[in-house]
Write a protein that binds this ligand. Structure first.
Ligand code: FAD
Length: 308
């Protein structure tokens, strides 16, 4: 196919996963399930559900994961953190997931809940709890033979002393039993590509899946990026300039930026993407479509796979 614009991707072997957060209100619940239903035909490898900062969404995360398991064809992965719980309490949550048929955990250290001023207090391990994600991964593997994904930071975790120490930490999580890393979101594809090269040199051989955040609220992303250590490049600020009061145009720009980012990664050989959906389907659906994913093709492939 001739493509003078360079936007036709090769969808063969492409894999996606989607991240959702547990809804707080009935209205949010409705938009989450609309998003889930819209994205389900894209046949993601898995869908994950976050665990609120400070461990504040334990029940809601569990309920969302259980409903995904019971009512959809999707493979749910539950995020689980070390914050605010003893090892026994975390192990019990994991056992409940296993009993509910959930086989995939995204294991994280987590952050303390933000204070009233929105600022995060420094992390202090819970006495009697798992201190860091590597400890949690090892503990979960003792509970059951979960598939475990962990977090990776192409621009370094904000409290890591240096990039090499951060990679050592990632390696400890893999050595403890994780089989996939999902990255913090980033905007410059070169940052991710350099990171995976360094990871490979450090002996990390599991997939490191890029986390893609379509930017719908630029001001909020700037604030969040400061806290999580993601650089917001000047070209991105330029693209969202003067659009604060124009959500429709922001959406189009956001889809364009994220699709271009994915296409650049795809051209560099990346075949798996994890999307931070923010419980909305429209942008992620469009980006997947641009990447070449088609609901029908996936369903047909699934049928072929099932009858093979
Ligand atoms: P770790 O891998 O434990 O590392 C955190 C820091 O501690 C690093 O700087 C590391 O170098 C340092 N460290 C590790 N071990 C030691 C040690 N023994 N001694 C001293 N320092 C050490 N947060 C949530 O609350 N809920 C979620 O659902 C959630 N989902 C996420 C999903 C993804 C894909 C990503 C990328 C992040 C997510 N987060 C979530 C955010 C995450 O919890 C924070 O970034 C947190 O600050 C670090 O978690 P981690 O699992 O990377 O920690």
């Amino acid at each position: 196919m001739t493509d003078p614009l360079g936007i036709v991707a090769d969808p063969s072997g492409l894999q996606v996963s989607f991240e959702f957060f547990p809804p707080k209100t009935e209205k949010m619940e409705e938009s989450l399930w609309q998003a889930v239903r819209r994205l389900e035909p894209m046949a993601p490898r898995f869908v994950s559900v976050t665990y609120g900062a400070g461990g504040t969404t334990r029940e809601r995360t569990h309920a969302t994961v259980a409903r995904l398991r019971a009512e959809t064809s999707l493979e749910p992965a539950a995020h689980l953190t070390c914050v605010g719980a003893t090892r026994a309490e975390v192990d019990e949550v994991a056992r409940q997931y296993w009993a509910a048929g959930v086989r995939h955990i995204v294991a994280l250290r987590g952050d303390p809940a933000p204070g009233a001023d929105g600022a995060f207090a420094p992390y202090v391990p819970h006495p009697g709890g798992y201190a860091y994600a590597a400890d949690l991964v090892a503990g979960l593997k003792k509970v059951a033979d979960f598939e475990i994904s962990v977090a990776a930071y192409p621009e370094m975790h904000p409290t890591a002393t240096n990039p090499a120490a951060d990679l050592d930490n990632l390696k400890r999580k893999i050595d403890a039993g994780a089989t996939r890393a999902i990255t913090q979101y980033f905007f410059d594809p070169a940052v991710y590509l350099r990171f995976i090269e360094k990871a490979a040199k450090a002996g990390i051989s599991v997939p490191i899946v890029p986390g893609i955040l379509p930017v719908t609220n630029f001001a909020q992303v700037v604030k969040f990026s400061k806290a999580c250590g993601t650089a917001v490049p000047p070209w991105l600020a330029h693209l969202f300039e003067d659009l604060d009061g124009d959500p429709e145009t922001r959406k189009l720009v956001a889809a364009t930026v994220a699709a271009r980012q994915c296409l650049a990664l795809e051209k560099a050989g990346v075949k798996e993407f994890h999307f931070y959906t923010l419980n909305r389907a429209d942008l992620v659906y469009a980006i997947c479509h641009i990447l070449g994913l088609r609901p029908d093709a996936n369903e047909a492939a699934a049928k072929v796979g099932a009858s093979a």
